[in-house]
Design a protein around this ligand. Sequence first.
Ligand code: LMR
Length: 396
Amino acid sequence: LFTAVELAPRDPILGLNEQYAADTNPKKVNLGVGVYFDENGKLPLLQAVQKAEAALQATPKARGYLPIDGLAAYDQAVKELVFGKDSEPVTSGRVATIQALGGTGGLKVGADFLRKLKPGAKVLISNPSWENHRAIFQNAGFEVGTYSYYDASRRGIDFDGLLADLKAAAEGTVVVLHACCHNPTGYDLTPAQWDQVIEVVKARQLTPFLDMAYQGFSQGLAEDGAVVGKFIAAGLDFLVSTSFSKSFSLYGERVGALSVVTKSKDEAARVLSQLKVTIRTNYSNPPTHGAAVVAYVLSTPELRALWEEELGQMRTRIKAMRQKLLDGLKAAGVQQDLSYITTQVGMFSYSGLSKEQMLRLRSEFGVYGTDSGRICVAALNENNVGYVAESIAKVL
Ligand code: LMR
């Protein structure tokens, strides 16, 4: 039965974890996957999460099946965080939100739903984009192309190219946009550029699908989420996949969501019914724990404040590590201008290193980033940043 099965290539991001685990280099540093580690190199268990877990544990609950679309209190908390409690789409009931298995799960449910709704549509992702975007939409049956995004020669966004590509897209094309902390480049559109993108999306009748996995890691929760408000103000129908993996450091709990902004309450109810069919025929219904914790934190004012403080600390420490890395590279004798490390935002720096240089970093120094040259600066700390800087200087 299985003799013809081919060996699939290792996942370009998560596959690095396996390679890293097998590496015997005592100085090894994992900057591959987008995970935040604290100043001691440890995965944090947030205080807000611990307090919520303790409170939930005080009145232990049996674990029945959740509804297909997830814990109602969680879905409501997502809506309020992403769109605003008193925002018109939320109060009028025209947003359909489902609990998803991480941001990836939200993208997948959305992709399956759109494929049934618009079987002839194409999908455009940014060039470059998160490695899994193409795979998710292709596996849902879509043909996936790209729109211009990163201009290596300018170390920034090729905005003219981006607009031109969106203008040339056929009506109904699904456009996957990174709401903040662009993965992998760390370059975000300015508010004025977003306005122009939205104008084209509207004029060309494209279908926007926002991916917001890193809300709070650039400027702050409100600032990073402002793009969502722009799409609402433009009167567009759109999808947005969100995640608490990074912002709550709850990677393994798979707490994400998909929200679909529709024209009316009635439309939202019909969309929700279809999302439920997609979920039921994939994994039936989502798990309880992570959603219960997030819902508890977001609906308890003092825990919500504590969470925002802890998220702010992660954001501030990442920025400090960007500066340390830059200082370390200069101290290691690198002459070229690498100031982009401190202007990029979010968890990643798109280092500009070639695949060969990234492979050398791995094999000679045990420093793991993706082949594309992306390194997770959120995994740097006082103990490893100097070594990482020296290693990068050597391969440069
Ligand atoms: C990443 O880009 O490293 C993260 O989003 C984790 C993942 O699932 O790839």
